[in-house]
Design a protein around this ligand. Structure first.
Ligand code: G6P
Length: 614
């Protein structure tokens, strides 16, 4: 939530920051701002609304500086308006700060500063940061030479020692126009190295067109940037060495590539992303997943697996539970990260915890992982982003290879996550030496998935036409049994997220215990039926709603002789991995409904791609 980007180099900063902000907009988009170092000090321009509105503000064309920071906001403290937008400056206008995160003790810090005659103009938690830096810059018994940029660094580290909460911040100081300082604590930040120029950003895609060389900061690590150098320090100002990582993502992957929206592009990328995630993990002798190396003794000792995640990643976890229980016979539970943390889960060294996060930056998922580790569990992170925070906390990380996912509503990450969970379950089962026959068939089915996804994507007109018919509806139901219910949940979430239509997902058999009271003439019920063994029962449940006047949209891989309104046939596959296919018509249905309603599918209201606050 909130995106920050910065540039220090020889080029004009503004166009680079503009491009970076546009790429970061999926992290928040209620207001934006930019500060650059000009000949006569720091110039700070901000505006309510989307990034494009910022670049229409009078005076923005005058920004010529080659050092700058910028921010796109998802409001937490203080309503979206120009004054509350970042960058925030101290009273003397010496420091400008962009911040992603929440300063939990901001009220105390405000009082501390107010009692020392600092004034506050915004309702934000962030405004304490530049003022606190200013306070230490002028008042601490700073022994560092007053001419060295270390004085600037010392003031920032002193101020950060006072902050409680989460932050990724970038700071400019008009006294040191050739420097920028960044630091992080529980909020994402990456540093991109260029040739006589350097970049900072909340995530890799925002600056991928400019560089592929990245440094990842750990908590409480500071970086002092010039156009030619990047020095790293701990909070005691001891220098530290950091490894540089080369990112292999293609910079074209952050472009729309002729598609009208990132979401549609990402839906159509699924044959590729699933294929890349399978990679060459199925080796002749055994399944290999990165450097995951678990022993038979360890896996045999596990009596419970927790899968913990948020949003769509949690829905992928539901499919993972089925896979792990079915193939490995280990009881598995799926938890929403924000609940898991506070329910005192029973964890010990016989539990294995798997955390799924596309971005690897979701605050609740990371906190849940830290809790599991502290209680003695081994932890595996499943992430799509190399070097993301979660990957640095977990005992083991395994990656999906979906490529950058930009649209707020997750699509290709979900199918890649289930693919990887299926491979993980196979990996465990092989080590445990169970279900060898099932496993071989499943491996073949997994490898056939990319082609089958392509088949579904070849015929979208039926879904598009149905979307046209129902786009004005107020409520839509999604039902399914077994694994199909997990897909119903994801289909319902996609619809809510981008079309703002209220929807509910229910196990088909549970409908008559309440929700059927809401089914009336003309309401749409989407039913997923991919399990041969549950088909008759599922059909009966659909008949129950048809009798009450519902319109039906069926997604199935089974032949059926019933006169339902719309039946989308998808290829057959192993039931355990069927969500990877059955979700695709649901993603498209949500997409076409939102388009029909003329909504911004990539940036739905109030949502952010990466939820870095609790
Ligand atoms: C937000 C996004 C969802 C995503 C969820 C978890 O709610 O809008 O698309 O599924 O966060 O994100 P993660 O990066 O942890 O998978």
């Amino acid at each position: 939530m909130c995106g920050i980007v910065g540039y220090i180099g020889e080029k004009q900063a503004k166009p680079i920051l503009n491009e970076g902000l546009l790429r970061l907009e999926y992290r928040g988009y209620d207001s934006a701002g930019i500060a650059t170092i000009e000949k006569d000090g720091i110039k700070n321009i901000k505006n309510k609304g989307r990034v494009n509105a910022l670049f229409e503000v009078n005076g923005i064309d005058a920004l010529q500086g080659t050092v700058g920071i910028a921010h796109t906001r998802w409001a937490t403290h203080g309503k979206p308006c120009s004054v509350n937008s970042h960058p925030h400056m101290d009273n003397s206008k010496t420091f400008a700060v962009v911040h992603n995160g929440i300063i939990e003790n901001y009220a105390d810090l405000r009082d501390f500063l107010k009692s020392r005659h600092y004034e506050f103009f915004s309702e934000t938690d962030t405004e304490v940061i530049p003022n606190l830096i200013h306070y230490y810059y002028n008042h601490s018994d700073n022994t560092t030479s007053s001419t060295s940029e270390k004085k600037f660094l010392q003031a920032v580290t002193d101020a950060c020692k006072m902050l409680k909460g989460s932050y990724a911040i970038a700071v400019l100081c008009s006294d040191y126009p050739d420097n920028m300082i960044v630091v992080r604590q529980d909020s994402p930040l990456v540093i991109g190295k260029g040739n006589k120029e350097n970049y900072i950003s909340s995530d890799i895609p925002a600056i991928l067109p400019f560089t592929k060389e990245f440094y990842f900061l750990n908590d409480k690590e500071f970086a002092l940037l010039t156009k030619e150098s990047i020095m790293f320090y701990d909070e005691n100002l001891q220098t530290i060495q950091k490894k540089i990582h080369t990112i292999t993502w293609d910079s074209g992957s952050v472009e729309k590539d002729g598609y009208p929206d990132f979401m549609l592009k990402e839906i159509f990328e699924q044959p590729k992303s699933v294929k890349a995630t399978i990679g060459n993990k199925f080796q002749k002798s055994k399944t290999m997943i990165g450097d995951l190396n678990l022993s038979k003794a360890y896996l045999s000792s596990i009596n419970k697996i927790f899968i913990v995640a948020c949003g769509t990643a949690m829905h992928a976890g539901l499919a993972g539970k089925n896979l792990l229980e079915n193939l490995c016979q280990i009881p598995s539970e799926v938890d929403v990260a924000s609940e898991f943390r506070y329910r005192d889960p029973i964890i010990n060294n016989q539990t294995l915890c798997i955390f799924i996060s596309q971005s690897g930056e979701t605050a609740d998922t990371i906190a849940a992982l830290k809790l599991a580790k502290a209680k003695g569990s081994k932890t595996i992170a499943i992430s799509n982003v190399i070097g993301s925070s979660i990957t640095r906390e977990a005992d083991y990380t395994i990656y999906t290879y979906a490529g950058p996912e930009i649209a707020v509503a997750s699509t290709k990450a979900y199918t890649s996550q289930i693919t990887l969970l299926a491979i993980l379950a196979i990996y465990f089962a092989e080590i445990l030496e169970i279900h060898q026959d099932k496993i071989e068939e499943l491996k073949t089915d997994i490898q056939l998935l990319p082609k089958k996804i392509e088949t579904i994507l070849k015929n979208t007109s039926q879904i598009e036409n149905f979307a046209k018919k129902i786009h004005k509806e107020k409520d839509i139901f999604f039902i399914g049994r077994g694994i199909d219910e997990t897909v119903a949940l994801e289909g319902s979430l996609k619809l809510k997220e981008i079309s703002y239509i209220h929807s509910e997902a229910y196990p088909s058999g549970e409908l008559k215990h309440g929700p059927i009271a809401l089914v009336e003439n003309g309401i749409t019920v989407v039913s997923i039926m991919t399990n041969r063994l549950l088909l008759e029962k599922s059909i009966s449940n659909v008949q129950e709603v048809v009798t009450r006047g519902a319109k039906t949209f069926i997604i199935t891989n089974q032949d059926m002789n019933y006169d339902f309104d719309e039946v989308i046939m998808i290829p057959k596959t192993n039931t355990l991995i069927s969500p990877i296919l059955s979700v695709i018509p649901l993603q498209l249905l949500a997409y076409y409904i939102a388009k029909e309603k003329n909504l911004d599918v990539d940036k739905p209201r109030n949502l952010a791609k990466s939820v870095t606050v609790e």
